[in-house]
Every structure is written in C-alpha cells, then in structure tokens.
Design a protein around this ligand. Structure first.
Ligand code: NAP
Length: 411
C-alpha cells in the first residue's frame, strides 16, 4: 500500500487521487530543516482531516547541492521527469552562486516546466512583529510573470566578442551608441506570455471573490515592454471578461457590485502606495523583475520572508511547484533554528491547489493560534520580546498540537 497515484489534468482541472505521489526537493542550507518541519505539519493536517482515507505519498527528487553530491549534476533530468509525471511538487530553497558557476536552479526549474505564474499571497498573521503600523490591512496576491523579462538569461558579458559584436550591430543598424565596455542584458516581454499571466491573475480574482486586479509596470519609461504589458492587460480583460470587469476610467475607481476593478500603477509609486494605502490593492499582476522586488517588499510589511509562501504554476497544464520564497540562509543550516512558516504555508497553498482545502485551512488556523500563543522561532522572538522561542521542529510540533485542538472544535 505504499505506492501513490498520479495527479491527472484535463479540461482545465486536476484530478487528484486519495493517495497522490508528490515529489519534493529538500533544498540546500536550511532546506532540510524546514522541509522536515513542513512534512510533519502537512501529513498531520491530512491525517487530522481525513484519517487514513487520504495520504500524500512523498517522493524525493534531487536538485542543488545534494543532487551534485550524489549524481554529479545540479538538476538531474529524472527530477524534471518526475515533476512532469506527478504534476505537483514542492521544494525548499536552492543555492545560486552570484556572478558565475551554475545558473539559478530556481529559474531553470521554472523555465523547464514553463511555470509561468509565480503566485505569492501576502497576508498578516496576528501577533507577528512588523515594521508597519497597520499590517492587517495587507491582503494581496502577487502574480509575477516567471519566464521572461531580464530573467530570460539573454546576457552578454562585458568585453566578450559577442558583446562587442552586438554593440557594433546596434550602432550600425539603429544608431545606438553604447560604450565598448558595456555588459548587455535583453528584456523580452511578449504579448502571449503577458496575456496568460494576466489571465491567471484575473481568473484567480474572479474565482476567489477578490475586488481588483492591479497591473504594476514601469511603462512610462520602458514603453514597448512594461508599457505593452499594461496595454495587453487592459485589452485582454475587456476581450475575455467584458461583463465581469470594469476599468478604473469607466467607474472612477468605484466598481459596481459583481464587477472586478482592473487598474494599473507605475511600479515606483506602487511601493509607496502599498505601504501607505495597502487596502487599496488586492490581486497584483506584474512583470518578472518588478514581481521579485514587490513580493519581498510586501512580505516585509507582514513580518518578513520567513512568513511568505509561494508557488510557480502553469494553469494551462496544471504543473505546479510550491516553494519557500526565501533563500538557503546558509549560516543557519542544520541548526534546527529558522522559521519554517514560509514552506509550511507553501505546502498549505499546495493542499488548497489540489482541492484539499480543509487541511490547508486547518494549517493556517493552527499557525495563527501558535503565533497568538507567542510560541515562535528566533526571527520573530527577537522582535517580540515576550515570546517563547522554539526551534524549527519545535514550532512544527506546536502547530501539530494546535491542529488537534482546533479540529476538535470545528471538524
Ligand atoms: P536568504 O537565504 O533568504 O537569507 C537572508 C536572511 O533572511 C537570513 O540570514 C535570515 O535573516 C532571513 N531568513 C531567511 N530565511 C529565513 C527563515 N526561514 N527564517 C528566519 N529567517 C530567515 O538570502 P541570501 O542569504 O541572500 O541567499 C542565500 C542563498 O539562497 C543564495 O544562494 C541565493 O541565491 C539563494 N536563494 C534561493 C531562493 C530559492 O531557492 N527560491 C530564493 C532566494 C535566494 P537573519 O540572519 O537576519 O536572521
């Protein structure tokens, strides 16, 4: 009875067996610590809600330092294959050396599986210390385009033959003068890839009773990339959802009941407004680099990256890889110390995604309760003062205990 079954996808929907096989990548640095804590919490939540009738059959797949140690490669083909076969997976953080060596494994995974939407919900858990005055007003879901922009990997190093040749070509063909010692990166933003991301954001908003979708861009300066993203967003919204959306201009920011407001904001002012008027933002659709900055900045408003979950999803074929949004924090590796919430909450998102929403809700409630009891890991404890500091695994154990108590009340 240990074998699991494959999650299938058809007609835009997942079919999830009661014993799905789900691949996991443990991750580098603190990855093994937070993964262990996460697995404990996810398994317990499924057990509390469904007894033995449902169970995740975990399958380890390798990437990063562990893969390199065991197989000699950083991202073995078997890992990509397993994620293709099983469709839904979860991963800890992976190391990316700066300025050389292997390219980002995270970016490689997203591109190989064409996981075009990076989805990061940002909400406040009562009691978490934050640098802002009204963190409870933050409740946003960021949809960040994941496959293009300056992350596409089209870069030429300064001084190379390729860079010199492109500089010469740009001068001859367009009359653009670049200094000879220029390194070059290309920022591709395409219509089709922008549209599918924005469509995912609008669909999410409609399916989850959200109020608005804001297109965040830098189109005032980068007109044919960021500006085009904005325009394609409005075009798509009007074309696909004429009766369900309304633009800012059409209603002066006051949508009638039943319609989702589509608006846009320039990225720099967005950072300011997200701090000063967070309740005016709901679902955010944005390009890759903006999305990277925005999701970390928003996470800081509600208590930092230790609390921020994430997922990379292709809504057209169901592939999804859930992940902690922070990195490998190497100085804490193996100390059983860090906050596992980012990966646990990513796991809760995964349960929601596969239709096991009851277990997902139970985990969120248990985390809320644990934090309200002021039982937290070092990162939150050092800001709270009167908290009881627990280890990474200790925090997971408290969450499991609280799940049992909550389920007695609500299930
Ligand atoms: P980082 O690993 O996110 O760590 C930066 C700091 O954030 C830590 O020193 C710690 O702060 C805090 N932090 C991170 N995770 C935490 C947790 N679970 N609980 C509590 N605090 C946490 O960022 P980095 O040092 O810039 O990156 C290290 C490596 O991770 C790099 O190789 C980078 O490329 C990689 N990375 C991977 C991913 C990914 O796999 N998705 C994402 C980002 C970065 P304090 O020291 O103040 O306690």
């Amino acid at each position: 009875m240990s074998e699991g079954d494959v999650i299938l996808f058809g007609n835009g929907k997942l079919t999830v067996p009661n014993r799905p096989t789900i691949p996991f990548i443990e991750g580098d640095g603190i990855g093994p610590d937070i993964w262990k804590a996460t697995k404990t919490v996810l398994d317990r939540a499924v057990e509390v809600v469904w007894g033995g009738n449902r169970k995740i059959i975990w399958k380890e797949v390798l990437a990063g330092e562990k893969a390199h140690r065991i197989t000699g490669t950083w991202l073995p083909e078997e890992t990509i294959e397993a994620l293709h076969i099983h469709r839904v997976g979860i991963k800890g953080p992976l190391t990316t050396p700066v300025g050389g060596g292997i390219r980002s494994l995270n970016v490689a995974l997203r591109q190989r599986l064409d996981l075009y939407a990076c989805v990061r919900p940002v909400r406040y858990f009562n009691g978490v210390p934050t640098p802002t005055r009204q963190p409870d007003k933050v409740n946003m879901v960021v949809f960040r385009e994941n496959t293009e922009d300056v992350y596409a990997g089209f870069e030429l190093k300064e001084g190379t033959q390729e860079a010199r040749s492109l500089i010469a070509h740009l001068k001859e063909t367009y009359g653009w003068h670049l200094p000879p010692d220029t390194g070059i990166g290309i920022k591709p933003i395409s219509r089709a890839r922008s549209r599918r991301l924005i469509q995912a954001a609008i669909d999410y908003a409609l399916d989850n009773g959200r109020r608005s979708v804001t297109l965040v861009h830098k189109g005032n300066i980068q007109k044919f990339t960021e500006g085009a993203f904005r325009q394609w967003g409005y075009d798509l919204a009007k074309e696909l959802y004429p009766d369900r959306i309304i633009t800012w201009d059409e209603c002066n920011g006051h949508p009638p009941i039943g319609r989702i407001l589509i608006k846009d904001t320039i990225a720099d002012i967005f950072f300011q407004q997200a701090l000063t008027r967070p309740n005016e933002f709901d679902v955010i659709a944005t390009t890759n680099l903006n999305g990277d900055y925005i999701s970390d900045a928003l996470a800081a408003q509600v208590g930092g990256v230790g609390m921020a979950p994430g997922a990379n999803i292709n809504y057209q074929n169901g592939y999804a890889l859930f992940e902690a949004t922070h990195g490998t924090a190497p100085k804490y590796a193996g100390l059983d110390k860090v906050n596992p919430c980012s990966l646990i909450l990513s796991g809760a998102m995964m349960l929601q995604y596969i239709g096991w929403g009851e277990a997902s809700a139970l985990i969120e409630k248990a985390i809320e309760k644990t934090i309200a009891q002021k039982t937290v890991t070092y990162d939150l404890a050092r800001l709270m003062g009167d908290a009881k500091e627990v280890s990474c695994s200790g925090f997971a154990a408290c969450v499991c205990e609280n799940m049992g108590e909550i389920s007695n009340l609500v299930l």
